[in-house]
Design a protein around this ligand. Structure first.
Ligand code: AMP
Ligand code: ZN
Length: 467
């Protein structure tokens, strides 16, 4: 697989640090509100990359943090008259709800900044000891110029950056480019005790520390939106490489931004949607499909028309899969031998399936990969009928469903039974038992289990619940 590395600004062959394993860190959200549709872009993309790497046979350790101490959280807590923890816990819960709706898998580790303060203090101490940081009046700063490679990710030069700073240099800092690692508390803020002051960490240090703790000093992939390249990721490199004495991440991946109606998303301008709002209007699968339908390094425009068009495209895929399932499951097809022309079509389908993989291998080009799925759908629609052989239909079905599965697109939902249908089946089962027709009663029990319904025999009768 080739990945475009922001660090080298080239597509590079992906070779993990350790054979068969991938260590991956994706900067997570600051939890002070519902996530917006732009935040969903990296979440969906990198979840899909993880799924693809697993498909390739790697064991992926996927870490994503929650920034649960931050000015915005504190501000919201003060506005509502509640604690910061109450705000962050509330929005972590809402975040998880959105992730589940979008079929984004839970990270291997999902650490919270507030639970990792000791590690942050330890790293800051190391940086001070090594001469990369200094303390002034309870604040600890990173001495940016002491890290000789500063700017290597964002391709910025410290001197140019410095020239662009117009604000008066703070008296405390030795250099205007120095950034905060630890700051003393202000009235009403959450704080932790440290050797320098009662206070809290800066934002950048949390990712360096959590990445080290859960993945080790060196990782394979570090990812996030392109706004994070500078200063966040540049500062993470400066901290981690200075503290650990090793290259931090091998591959840096950044998604381009999502705009709404060709404009930058902005709450005050009214062009701003939460994931929740959009998922109320569309099946979350449409949102997932929409995000994957363009390359992650291209800007993505979000508009009602474009989402509608993604909805129609997804429906075409799901309808084709539904039709193949119908042929396979409803006793329509006979077990006749596969014909020569069908064999030829399977070879074509196999080539399209390889096209899907080749696109994914080419810097995770999900847009081209989806185009290959559409060619498969076309092949299926024109060639599978009630006259087809079962082996042929199964082969085409497998070649469409697998790539969808890799993309996290659910092709066949378990049909949910309605409560009254369940009650009716339970009654039938009770009758079967009364008549000592245990084969039938077992059959009903298994059917219910298949549909995710678990039965419990109690003194008051049979109870059921969805598993
Ligand atoms: P934040 O909570 O602002 O730190 O954002 C969480 C993630 O969403 C980061 O990876 C950001 O780079 C990313 N992000 C924020 N806004 C957008 C957007 N409009 N389009 C794409 N990604 C975004
Ligand atoms: Zn980060």
């Amino acid at each position: 697989m080739k990945i475009y590395n922001t660090l080298s600004q080239k597509k590079e062959e992906f070779i993990p640090l350790e054979e068969g394993r991938v260590r991956m860190y994706v900067c997570g959200p600051t939890v002070y509100n519902y996530i917006h549709i732009g935040n969903a872009r990296p979440a969906i993309l990198f979840d899909t990359l993880r799924r693809y790497l697993e498909y390739l046979g790697y064991k992926v350790n996927y870490v994503s943090n929650f920034t649960d101490v931050d000015d915005k959280i504190i501000k919201k807590a003060n506005e509502e008259g509640v604690t910061s923890t109450e705000i962050s816990e509330r929005y972590i819960k809402e975040f998880r709800t959105d992730m589940e709706a979008l079929n984004i898998r839970e990270a291997t580790y999902h650490p919270k900044a507030t639970e990792e303060i000791d590690g942050m203090i330890e790293m800051i101490e190391t940086l001070i000891k090594k001469g990369y940081a200094y303390e002034k009046n309870g604040t600890v700063y990173y001495k940016t110029r002491s890290f000789k490679e500063y700017g290597k990710l964002s391709k910025k030069k410290i001197d140019d950056l410095e020239a662009g700073i117009r604000i008066a240099v703070s008296e405390e800092k030795e250099d205007s480019m120095d950034f905060v690692l630890w700051k003393p508390k202000k009235e009403g803020e959450p704080y932790w005790t440290s050797p320098w002051s009662d206070g809290r960490p800066g934002w950048h240090i949390e990712c360096s520390v959590m990445s080290k703790k859960y993945l080790g000093d060196q990782i394979d992939i570090h990812a996030g939106g392109e706004d994070l390249v500078f200063p966040h990721h540049e500062n993470e490199i400066a901290q981690s490489e200075a503290a650990n004495g090793k290259e931090f991440a091998k591959y840096w991946m950044h998604n381009a931004f999502l705009n709404i109606d060709n404009k930058k998303m902005s709450k005050s301008d009214g062009n701003f949607f939460t994931v929740r709002e959009i998922c109320d209007q569309y099946d979350p699968q449409v949102v997932r499909f929409f995000m994957l339908n363009s390359h992650y390094r291209s800007q993505l425009n979000f508009s009602k028309d474009l989402v509608e068009s993604a909805k129609n495209s997804l429906t075409r895929i799901l309808t084709a899969v539904g039709q193949l399932e119908h042929l396979l499951k409803d006793d329509i097809l006979t077990d006749k031998d596969i014909s020569v022309s069908e064999q030829q079509l399977i070879i074509e389908a196999e080539l399209l399936a390889s096209k899907f993989i080749a696109s994914m291998d080419d810097d995770f080009n999900t847009a081209d990969a989806i185009a290959a799925i559409f060619e498969l759908v076309k092949l299926a629609n024109t060639n599978s009928t009630g006259e087809s052989s079962k082996a042929f239909v199964q082969a085409i079905y497998d070649r469409i469903v697998k790539p969808c599965d890799i993309l996290g697109i659910i092709t066949s939902k378990k049909e949910e039974l309605l409560a009254e249908e369940i009650e009716k089946l339970i009654e039938d089962r009770q009758n079967a038992r009364k008549n000592k027709d245990f084969a039938k009663s077992d059959e009903i029990r298994n059917l219910l289990l298949e549909k995710g319904i678990v039965l419990e025999d109690t003194r008051e009768g049979v109870r059921w619940k969805r598993s």
